[in-house]
Design a protein around this ligand. Structure first.
Ligand code: PLP
Length: 1002
């Protein structure tokens, strides 16, 4: 449709005030009630709370035109009639049955309507829109769009500046209002480029009734469990018109780009959700980004125009800033790239736009010529695999394609962090006389960034090649060559395909701008290595590496360079979704994974984990990896021992004697007998069985809200509802529960609550004794691990131990989580309470991930247990386990990790306490050393747990490169129990990320 002029809807607002609105409502509609004026830029809207419900009196200036308002009323009636599930205002008829009235206002008239009021919370206020919310917006936009396809009205055909079909005319016409000449040029250029691209598909875009302004401002919703507003209702239809359907999506997307930091990938949830309801055509996908640029341009010039008319209007400054952000973010993305990313984001093949160029890239001639001394890449291996050429004779040279991925065996022991590692690995692979190349499309571990809240660009868009010095370089296709500044050249084919080569200089025989044929010599390899990268679009200047989130789009524009080398250098693109499906199909689902959509973690290094895309995370959950992930000293020791001997503990070998001695030496005086097992569950199980055997009793006193393991006995005393919602109803009758001694939110509160909790333990034990069932043991974690490291109140543990011992039972300390130096100031957490237990269980940190556990007790108890039968664990205390255990102890000592837990733990506590002063959701900071809990509450008085918020915060922290998980009975505690090698720098990253998440809201 040919569209020409447009009207600028900036006529003055009606003058009707609240009293006038009340009078109009009473006289025309017969409704009464308190009147509150709602905001509106061009109209006046009043909410009236009538006894029959809330309504909105909308007073529009006549610039709208009767037909447009009638169309809005008709559309709303259409939605209410045919799409009642779509929540939107419904027009209310006046006393004489009409839906629209013209009433006097000052010297003129205004148009009046009454609509039902849509209840809900506006989106405004959030500093960032969560992906779910962005998807909600896209879905809502599509639902309205879809519902309107069966609607029509003459009033839809409006000539407004907001109709994106007119943007091409609107922008130049209002451009003069942009005072700053540089910014004016920015708008003009962006609009011109977008208009040109749009023109290619405009004629084929679907046209129909559209909402025209389905943005974050025009929707309301309700809060989900995490407190996020989830938009599910549309409140304003003032821009209803006939236009391009895809324009509605562009407008919705533009409102997402308004938020600082949002970019194309943040829009994808909206685009996907829209596409799921209203499938977009190829042309519409191609038009989307140009339309977004134009939407940004129209917004900017319109507001600048209004400001020019009304220079003092401070209310326009803030929207204008957001509108510039939309334009800047939209124009920052090349249109080819945008289309490629959008299509990839929708799971669609990346279009035919560059089909010719892609075809040429696929059939290119290898660049490194075979011949005397020449090489080409022909084999794929992750390690060096080279056969050398005999100088001066024609050869079939063989070389390697190196693996720099996250799983590469070439990058162990932190080698991936060495500055020259890529070149070093390439050179090694090419040794002695071959050549080697890196992989295209690979997420390179070498490009990861530790301690970064920003995801790194890890995906290689080209290949780095090492060839034998003097190798001949020939042109892979016919095209024009030109020299590039940094000893490289570019070769451009007539299809637009261009090859960017860095590190190879054109020979003097080749002139700048010369047309060369495929196979013609261009130069020789004289440098260390060269970088080869295709790009199908001459306008683009692609980076060498892309973010994983944009990789599919970029890889489609920078295709596989394998033909340039004559060997496959394309890295396999892992499909994380498929792997997850396989896991979920084969692994019993009760063995849950962290996160709904877990990242695939394939490397650990110190206190960092790296996912398969090369994103590094600060690991704040792995207390098992106490000395850090992939510790070389441990790996070497275990490997050595595995190659030497691994057998069972009934044989006599040095490691078991030495390790047992060392463990006993770490325990308090008198606890000198060690049992070696494979896990914490086994250790607790054995400890309880020992207590039952030694005392000849069965009953055990356990603490509520605790986790002790999965074996029969350790599970019997596991009372945490977080781990087992029916735990309290399913305990065996010999397990007797006492309150979790949590002075923050437990049955008794405050620093002096220890006596009350102890009295409860005493009463319980006295009662058991009275019933003739004195307990065999009292078992407790000396720091409430499950609750996030909550300290036991003063005096509690001493009194509880006294009570159980007075009744002839044993005191069992479960140090599986909180022991082994993690608390920093003590090796065992029970030391803080000044007590010595009868039996200690330990595991987790002991083996740094290798299955290792132990029970340490007195000779008297051990002997009494032994008298009742033998004890043997096949792998418990094996040579490999003992060597593992001793190496862990050596590392903790040699690297000062216990002292580090104090230094970094104190730093974290200080930082978290400072955050608590600024973020009311932090109710308490528990724990000490590197066993900390940040308890989140909705109200510091009622302590209402902020469980859903905790989950949302963990999700967002993950995006910022920090792994934290919710814990505690109410899942409202961020548990911080990182490897003990956590650095101050990483702790600062965690604090910074948490601050950012709490500040931006969830
Ligand atoms: C306090 C406590 N005891 C025992 C266990 C069981 O240890 P494992 O998982 O090694 O069997 C755990 C595990 O989380 C624990 O936290």
């Amino acid at each position: 449709m040919q569209v020409d002029g447009f009207s600028l809807e900036v006529s003055p607002r009606p003058t009707v005030d609240a009293a006038g609105a009340a009078a109009i409502a009473r006289e025309l509609y017969g409704v009464e009630g308190p009147v509150v004026e709602l905001g509106s830029q061009q109209d006046r809207n009043f909410r009236i709370d009538t006894c029959a419900g809330r309504v909105v009196l909308k007073v529009a200036n006549p610039g709208w035109g009767v037909a447009a308002l009638e169309a809005q009323n008709a559309a709303l009636t259409h939605l209410a009639t045919h799409h009642p599930d779509l929540v939107a205002p419904v027009p209310r008829a006046g006393l004489d049955g009409r839906l629209l009235y013209e009433v006097p206002d000052g010297a003129g008239t205004v148009l009046v309507r009454l609509l039902t009021y849509v209840e809900g919370t506006p989106l405004t206020g959030a500093r960032r829109l969560a992906p779910e919310v962005v998807a909600d917006l896209g879905r809502l936009s599509a639902r309205v769009c879809s519902a309107l396809t069966t609607f029509d009205h003459a009033g839809l055909d409006r000539a407004t500046q907001w109709d994106l079909r007119r943007a091409v005319a609107v922008v130049p016409q209002l451009l003069g209002s942009v005072g700053d000449p540089v910014r004016r040029d920015v708008v003009a250029d962006a609009a011109a480029v977008a208009s040109a691209r749009l023109a290619e598909v405009a004629a084929r875009l679907r046209v129909g009734p559209i909402h025209g302004d389905l943005t974050d401002d025009n929707v309301v919703g309700s809060r989900d469990e995490a407190g996020r507003v989830r938009p599910d209702a549309v409140i304003d239809f003032g821009d209803l018109s006939r236009s391009w359907l895809v324009g509605d999506l562009a407008v919705t997307c533009s409102s997402v780009l308004r938020y600082p930091g949002h970019e194309l990938t943040d829009l994808l949830p909206a685009v996907r959700a829209f596409h799921a309801v209203v499938p977009l055509t190829d042309d519409e996908i191609a038009a989307l980004w140009p339309l977004l640029v134009l939407r940004g341009a129209v917004l900017v010039v319109s507001t600048e125009h209004q400001l020019a008319l009304d220079p003092g209007n401070a209310d326009l400054a803030e929207p204008l800033e957001g509108e510039w952000r939309i334009l800047e973010s939209a124009r920052a993305v090349d249109l080819d790239l945008a289309q490629s990313l959008l299509r990839a984001g929708l799971g669609l093949p990346v279009g035919e736009r560059h089909a010719a160029a892609l075809g040429v890239a696929r059939s290119a001639t290898p660049m490194l010529s075979t011949g005397p001394g020449g090489t080409s890449v022909t084999s794929v291996t992750s390690v060096t695999s080279v056969t050398s050429a005999t100088p001066g004779t024609p050869v079939t040279p063989v070389t390697s394609v190196v693996d720099l991925s996250v799983t590469s065996p070439l990058l162990h022991s932190g080698r991936f962090l060495e500055p020259e590692v890529e070149h070093d690995v390439l050179r090694e692979a090419a040794r002695p006389r071959g050549s080697a190349a890196t992989r295209w499309g690979e997420a390179r571990l070498t490009r990861t960034r530790l301690d970064s809240i920003v995801a790194p660009e890890t995906i290689a868009l080209g290949t780095q090649v090492v060839a034998q010095e003097g190798s001949l370089v020939v042109s892979p296709l016919a095209g024009i060559v030109s020299r590039e500044a940094d000893s490289g050249f570019r070769l451009v084919h007539e299809t637009g395909l261009n090859l960017v080569v860095r590190g190879i200089s054109l020979s003097g025989d080749v002139a700048d701008g010369e047309h060369v044929e495929a196979g013609s010599p261009l130069g020789v390899f004289t440098t260390e290595s060269a970088h080869l990268q295709w790009c199908v679009s001459p306008q683009l200047d692609p980076p060498a590496f892309a973010l994983p989130s944009t990789a599919e789009g970029w890889l489609a524009l920078c295709p596989d360079p394998s033909p340039l080398l004559g060997v496959d250098v394309a890295a396999p693109r892992p499909d994380p979704a498929d792997l997850l499906r396989r896991r979920r199909r084969a692994l019993a689902s009760v063995q849950e994974s962290y996160y709904e959509q877990p990242m695939r973690i394939e490397r650990g290094w110190r206190h960092h984990l790296v996912d398969i895309e090369g994103r590094a995370y600060v690991d704040m959950v792995n207390n098992v990896a106490a000395i850090g992930h992939a510790h070389p000293r441990l790996a070497d020791a275990v490997e050595r021992q595995l190659r030497t001997l691994n057998t069972n503990s009934r044989f006599h070998y040095a490691a078991i004697a030495e390790f047992s001695e060392r463990l006993a030496g770490l325990a308090p005086e008198g606890l000198d007998q060690v049992f070696l097992v494979n896990s914490g569950s086994e250790a607790v199980d054995l400890a309880l069985r020992m207590a039952q055997t030694v005392t000849g009793r069965q009953d055990v006193v356990a603490v509520r809200e605790a986790y002790h393991g999965w074996t029969a006995l350790s599970d019997a005393v596991t009372t945490s509802l977080y781990d087992n919602p029916s735990a309290l109803d399913s305990r065996p009758e010999w397990v007797h529960l006492t309150s979790a001694p949590n002075a923050y939110r437990g049955r008794f509160r405050g620093p002096s609550s220890g006596a009350d909790y102890a009295a409860e333990v005493r009463e319980l034990i006295d009662g058991l004794v009275e019933r003739g069932r004195p307990p065999a043991a009292y078992v407790c974690e000396p720091l409430l691990g499950n609750a996030g490291g909550v300290f036991l109140p003063d005096g509690y543990l001493t009194a509880a131990y006294d009570a159980v011992r007075a009744a002839g039972g044993l005191a069992v300390a479960d140090e599986v989580q909180v022991g082994y130096g993690r608390t920093g100031r003590w090796w065992w957490a029970f030391e803080r309470s000044g007590v010595v237990p009868d039996v200690v269980t330990v595991a987790k940190a002991m083996g740094n991930g290798h299955p290792l556990g132990a029970v340490i007790t007195t000779r008297e108890i051990a002997d009494a247990f032994g008298a009742a039968g033998s004890f043997f664990s096949s792998a418990g205390g094996s040579p490999v386990s003992c060597v593992t255990g001793m190496t862990v102890l050596d590392v903790i000592q040699d690297e000062g990790l216990q002292a580090n837990a104090v230094a970094v733990g104190d730093h974290l506590v200080e930082g978290l306490t400072a955050l608590m002063a600024r973020h009311s959701v932090i109710g308490a900071v528990h724990g000490t050393g590197l066993y900390l809990g940040v308890e989140l509450v909705r109200d510091r008085e009622t302590l209402e747990p902020a469980g859903a918020e905790c989950a949302a915060i963990c999700e967002r922290l993950r995006e910022l490169g920090v792994i934290v998980q919710p814990t505690g009975e109410r899942a409202n505690v961020l548990k911080l129990k990182p490897p003990m090698c956590l650095t101050l720098g990483s702790a600062d990253v965690v604090l910074h990320a948490l601050d950012a998440v709490l500040t931006e809201g969830w």
